[in-house]
Design a protein around this ligand. Sequence first.
Ligand code: TNX
Length: 529
Amino acid sequence: MRKLIYLFAIMATTLMGIGEASARKLHIVPEPAYIDMATEGEFVVTGKTKIVVWDDMWSVADIFAEEMMEYFNLKKPMATGKRGTGIKIRTDRFVPEEGYEMTISEEEGVLIIGGTERGVFYGLQTLKQMIVETDGHLPYCFIADEPNFKYRGVHMDVCRHFFPVEDVKRYIDILAAHKVNRLHWHLTDDQGWRIQIDAYPELTEKGSMRKETLTSHGLNPISWDGTPHGGYYTKEDIREVIDYAAKRYITIIPEIEMPGHAQAALHALPWLGCEEQEVDVWTCWGVTPEVMCAGKETTYTFLENVLLEVIDLFPSELIHIGGDECPKDRWKECEHCQAKMKELGLENEEQLQGYLVARIEKFLNAHGRQMIGWDEILDGGVTPTATIMSWRGTEGGIYAAKRGNDVVMTPLKFCYFDFYQTESREGEGLLIGGHTPFEKVYGWNPYEGLSNDERKHIIGVQCNLWSEYLKNMEMLERQLLPRLAAMSEVQWATERRDESTIREKMEVLRRYYDSRGWNYAPYYFEGRK
Ligand code: TNX
């Protein structure tokens, strides 16, 4: 398919009379597969330019028309219509599904052909960057583009700190501009349950609010803010967010944590624990021993009922079940867990978690969905059909890929955007730890350690943004940007990365961030790492 694009590119270049590459350059993040610049000529886009829509893709056009309003200082969105000249958008099945071809010439004005509407959407993301870079004076050129990875994810933790619907939408806008197509929405954890479940109203009534929040790293000195914190999404909120994301070709993968990271659920429904112990919605960070009981049948009924409502809400094929960091202390002392292990002939508590995970996977499959979980789900013996999210390193992912499981690579060293961005940490405030500067993300090879055959199982790459120390959108954005730009190069343009040009490209992208009013960390631009 890629060959076809190049062939078309060469033909188009000849037709348009484009000669050798000129000094005229475009700086696009992530790097497109193919760019051919004409030596002269430009098409000027202004607020009066019309968007000419074929194939009825009005929503794609409207989003672009609206987003350019502020840039062009308009009172209403740019005009759209079925006929005329300007920015023409259409689809053609000869272009790869997520790909697009953009021609800017005297004859065409701007013509974007996507393999699908999704491809057109990505073409328009590129175009927006070009408009800001050239102030609307678009040089004649031909671009053909398509992504390397089909799963291009970003994670959002709304449990450690809650972010209202408007913030989630803004987050989605940022993702879309980087051609990300998955939002992994971490909806339940020890510190808050954030999704309305009709069968168990207590989950949000009691489990969405904690008394206060830890503001230090824990011991010596330990401090809390003394302020209650909470919030949750109604089903209506969630539908609104899913719809907003879908219009930007982002699938939301919901995560319901089990059997660990569940203290907020245990607070709401104490019978979920081994001893029906009374616990608070957690006010600390880390790993708590208070986990769901894996011996009682009532736990399984609960999980299935919750998942039924989750499946009903979210169209995503993949459903994330967590599975990480589940201490087994309570299970070792629990008569129900021990009886279950005996009944099933299990040797240890790891295998009991393996049983829970496999049982839940079967349930999801029976309802037409696929399970994805953190790499700990490998520990208790994993089924061949689960997708593994490799976070503790790449080893779990490599092991799973070798066994034939699909894998999303998200090793903390390169993909944890809650980590510090500079070695000195100066000016960064209190964060969870670690050190992941822009350059480290950009230079990471997600295929390392895998043969060509095994690579096929790496369906994608994701960065994770845990919010323990990120209280508001401004802080969240400074952790996300500009590192998401580096991540998008890994996701979309793995094989096209070039360390000699990225800094120049980022100086241009920064102006694009400014034009959209997004916050970003200054360190990379200051040369600090
Ligand atoms: C580990 S990644 C966690 C999270 C924390 C994060 C902090 C994973 C599956 N578990 O619960 O928020 O570290 O970096």
